[in-house]
Design a protein around this ligand. Structure first.
Ligand code: A3P
Length: 286
């Protein structure tokens, strides 16, 4: 792609604003510990939500980290330029996020016992969220028309490549009980239930009262007010929330307000074709 805003890393498009060869080398050389926890997402699938939830679950519902540390330092990205500054200062167990496909995780990750929470979101809503994000983030190219962006999304000419490749890479991973699969839609529908599953997975026995407190803190309206998580600390010339807030709508199914019947038909057909033969089923397929 002819733009100094992006570069290709193993064939996937990354934004130069937060990645460079050095940060990717740092990520690749990173020594994963057995106690590490990774929340992995394709962009716009609930990363920021996980950066709120995971520390709360790990710390028994203590709100201090989410009220005092910006999300990007609280649960940093493994592959971004800040990683070298913050990852080794994280308290144990270290919680990180990553958008990397499975095969680009650091070599030390595979033989470790580190746990992974993989969040998937309906790709139509992912695309809509990404479209609006491209409008508000000055470090990304303008998305063009909705139809143009839809075509880029389907052909994988977007950040972190094709949605289907990402999802297949993690869904077909051989991590057994080291990985927990959740969907954004389950979180929207029953956050309390997902928190229970998550705390069991992370070996935390949270009381009913703590689970209620965490669920309440992590609901969309409360997170939108949290300056440590709503990106209001980022200057307006970098992220312009008057064009579209980062925590924009927080719902499942907003794609219905954006897609024409033709776009829906095309998107569904391409996704169906690419997921064919995988046995991977999602709530939105039913
Ligand atoms: P929308 O643009 O559809 O509102 P990511 O953090 O991976 O970039 O994903 C951003 C998307 O997650 C945005 O979607 C944002 O609103 C949504 N999100 C973040 N926190 C949320 C919450 N507590 N509840 C529901 N959606 C949330």
């Amino acid at each position: 792609m002819a733009s100094d805003r992006y570069f290709l890393h193993h064939g996937i498009l990354l934004p130069t604003v937060v990645h460079n060869e050095e940060s990717l080398k740092y990520a690749n050389d990173f020594k994963v510990q057995d106690s590490d926890v990774f929340a992995i997402t394709y962009p716009k699938s609930g990363t920021t939500w996980m950066q709120e939830i995971v520390p709360l679950v790990l710390n028994g519902g203590d709100l201090t980290p989410v009220q005092t540390i910006p999300n990007w330092d609280r649960v940093p990205w493994l592959e971004e330029t800040r990683a070298a500054l913050v990852l080794n200062r994280l308290p144990s167990p270290r919680a990180m996020v990553s958008h990397m496909p499975y095969h680009l995780m650091p070599p030390s990750f595979f033989p470790s016992k580190a746990k992974v929470i993989y969040v998937t979101r309906n790709p139509k809503d992912v695309m809509v969220s990404s479209f609006h994000f491209h409008k508000m983030a000055s470090f990304l190219d303008d998305p063009g028309t909705f139809d143009e962006f839809l075509n880029k999304f389907l052909s994988g000419q977007v950040l972190f490549g094709k949605w289907t490749d990402h999802v297949k890479s993690w869904r077909n991973s051989d991590l057994g009980d080291r990985i927990l699969y959740i969907t954004y839609e389950e979180m929207v529908k029953d956050l309390r239930g997902v928190l229970e599953r998550l705390s069991r997975f992370l070996g935390r026995d949270l009381s009913e009262e703590t689970l209620d407190r965490v669920a309440n803190h992590c609901c969309f309206s409360n997170m939108k007010l949290n300056a440590m998580s709503n990106y209001s600390l980022v200057p307006q010339e970098i992220m312009d929330s008057s064009k579209s807030p980062f925590l924009r709508k927080g719902v499942a199914g907003d794609w219905k307000n954006h897609f024409s019947p033709e776009q829906d038909f095309k998107f569904t057909a391409v996704l169906k074709e690419e997921m064919n033969g995988t046995n991977i089923k999602f709530p939105w397929d039913e």
